[in-house]
Write a protein that binds this ligand. Structure first.
Ligand SMILES: NC(=O)c1ccc[n+]([C@@H]2O[C@H](COP(=O)([O-])OP(=O)(O)OC[C@H]3O[C@@H](n4cnc5c(N)ncnc54)[C@H](O)[C@@H]3O)[C@@H](O)[C@H]2O)c1
Length: 293
């Protein structure tokens, strides 16, 4: 059995996913250290978190005292050495193998042997990320869904060398954090993205072919299929640049033409229409607030 997890560090907490993951951990009672290379991102995360939790109180999902306690459990740092007290490190940094591998290698020298390293990668191999970390048996995939602060699912994927004890400890942590874990193989896209990326591309191609407007495509899918969010609204939330990266990870492996990035998607990225983060994608947005706040 690994050491019980009390302190969680989130690397890349200034970004979209890291900010949401930090909320999940702090809200569930874990001391949560938000780490990023950029202090501005961390300041934005703490401000947005305050806004999100205030909205949760207004909606009756938590008490004011719970919100204050969650905020008091959060700290922020740009110094990697501060992560030496973490029992679990969850990285949500850029989707680049070299960046993730370098981070885990540095952390291996800082954290005690008992610390588990988790990656929130969407497309990279957990086994490859773990390689060179110096603790392949204590590295695991914990793939949260966007927006992490609202979605319960976590795809848990062990790499080839991940130990049974690491899987058990990570699984238990997901449950304690109030999330719903499912186990998947270490394959690009795990369960959700492997199914979703081709489907979202189909919807983008339908816009390009003039089948219907983005509004009507989303309305049809929400109303006809009972989805809570339309696929084009979802691509805007995920980021159109991220959708391109997902396509680039899947297409060479699957050779499924539906997984190739549609020309319209590439044109929109070239024009800087990345979705919510730039204020415009398939739809237009005016608020800088976190999703759900
Ligand atoms: N966006 C999504 O829908 C989504 C969903 C699930 C998983 N993911 C995965 O989550 C990860 C992050 O994605 P995102 O969309 O939040 O990216 P993002 O660009 O919004 O955020 C990444 C953050 O990482 C920071 N960073 C970069 N290098 C770092 C380092 N060495 N140490 C610490 N911080 C560093 C950046 O400053 C930035 O704040 C990726 O692996 C991605 O595949 C994304």
């Amino acid at each position: 059995m690994s050491k019980p997890i009390a302190t969680v560090a989130v690397c890349g907490a200034g970004g979209t996913m890291g900010a949401g993951i930090a909320i999940v951990a702090a809200r569930a009672g874990f001391r949560t250290i938000c780490h990023d290379v950029a202090i501005e991102g961390l300041d934005r995360t703490l401000k947005q978190t305050e806004g999100f939790l205030t909205k949760s109180v207004e909606r009756g999902k938590m008490t004011g005292a719970d919100k204050d306690a969650a905020m008091s459990r959060l700290s922020r740092t740009t110094a990697l050495d501060d992560l030496g007290v973490a029992d679990l490190v969850i990285e949500a940094v850029f989707e680049e193998l070299s960046v993730k591998r370098a981070l885990f290698k540095k952390l291996n020298a800082i954290c005690p042997d008992s610390t588990i390293f988790a990656s929130n990668t969407s497309t990279l191999s957990i086994t490859e990320i773990a390689g060179g970390s110096g603790r392949d048996d204590r590295v695991i995939g914990l793939h949260f869904c966007l927006p992490a602060q609202m979605m319960k699912l976590i795809e848990v994927s062990p790499g080839i060398k991940t130990s049974a004890a690491t899987l058990e400890a990570a699984w238990l942590w997901c449950e304690k954090a109030g999330q719903l874990p499912v186990k998947t193989q270490d394959k690009p896209g795990f369960i959700l993205n492997a199914l979703l990326v081709p489907f979202n591309n189909d919807c983008i191609r339908a816009v390009e072919a003039g089948v219907a407007s983005p509004e009507d495509i989303d309305k049809a899918i929400k109303t006809g299929l009972g989805y809570k969010m339309g696929p084009l609204e979802l691509v805007d939330l995920v980021g159109l640049d991220t959708q391109v990266r997902l396509c680039e990870a899947f297409y060479p492996i699957t050779l499924d033409p539906r997984a190739a990035a549609p020309p319209l998607l590439r044109r929109m990225v070239a024009a800087g229409l990345l979705g919510r983060k730039t204020g415009r994608g398939f739809f237009t947005y005016n608020s800088g607030k976190m999703f759900g706040a």
